[in-house]
Design a protein around this ligand. Structure first.
Ligand SMILES: Cc1cc2nc3c(=O)[nH]c(=O)nc-3n(C[C@H](O)[C@H](O)[C@H](O)COP(=O)(O)O)c2cc1C
Length: 215
């Protein structure tokens, strides 16, 4: 019989709680977020406390923590402009994405420091990251302050998708070919391992009558 270690959450300090959740909630997708400050400076940083949270309309949520009581550049820019772009990080741009987590001062742009190539967006001012296979242009829908206030959830409506034509055929996203990377606990990332196929047992929202999601 395996033994389990019981850890009640009450009384954990922030560092202990962080270690537990980021170790347990895995693998996590990575949103490589571009924003633009009121001064026009483009910012890029990765966030893995992230997922989609609605489909009608499509919405994404990202938890951005404060840093020593100060808002991160991404959070400040989202609040000041109401706009951001979520770029999917893949195996090819993992190193550059990771490097952009470096805590640069607000007046330094990761874009210049790391030589990140950008593309113009259609509906929002922050640009897209050229090396990413998918870009989702978002407008802030709401901000939810969580718990003691250290974490804030930014919920954005996706107003436009850009999908590279080798992973999207106009109907279906080939998420396997996309080779997304995942964040694990500690300093680890995961690349895609073996893929397992199972029949869809539920109908996708709005897809009444669909039999196979792949068709
Ligand atoms: C893979 C990865 C995932 C991260 N996820 C988050 C996250 O979900 N929330 C957060 O507040 N910080 C997260 N960080 C840390 C931020 O990227 C880091 O604080 C960054 O400097 C913020 O940049 P900014 O001040 O330009 O917004 C993550 C870092 C990495 C490398």
């Amino acid at each position: 019989m395996k033994k389990f270690i019981y850890v009640p959450a009450k009384g954990l300090d922030t560092a202990q709680a962080y270690k537990l959740v980021v170790g347990c909630v895995v693998p996590r997708p990575v949103a490589w977020i571009t924003t633009m400050g009121l001064n026009g400076l483009v910012n890029a940083a990765p966030f893995s406390s992230y997922n989609y949270v609605a489909t009608d309309p499509p919405m994404l949520a990202i938890n951005i923590a404060e840093r020593a009581g100060v808002m991160k550049d991404t959070a400040r820019n989202i609040l000041e402009t109401g706009e951001f772009v979520v770029n999917v990080s893949d195996e090819d741009n993992l190193d550059q994405m990771h490097a952009s987590a470096q805590e640069y001062p607000p007046e330094t742009s990761e874009i210049d420091e790391l030589g990140i190539e950008l593309l113009k967006s259609e509906m929002v001012r922050p640009p897209r990251i050229a090396s990413s296979p998918v870009h989702m242009e978002c407008k802030l829908d709401q901000k939810v302050v969580l718990g003691a206030g250290r974490n804030v959830l930014y919920i954005g409506e996706v107003v436009a998708f850009h999908l590279r034509d080798d992973i999207y055929d106009g109907n279906r996203v080939d998420s396997i070919k996309m080779r997304p990377i995942a964040r694990m606990g500690g300093p680890y990332y995961a690349k895609m391992g073996e893929i397992v196929e199972k029949p869809m047992l539920q109908k996708p929202p709005g897809g009444e009558g669909w039999i196979n999601q792949n068709k």
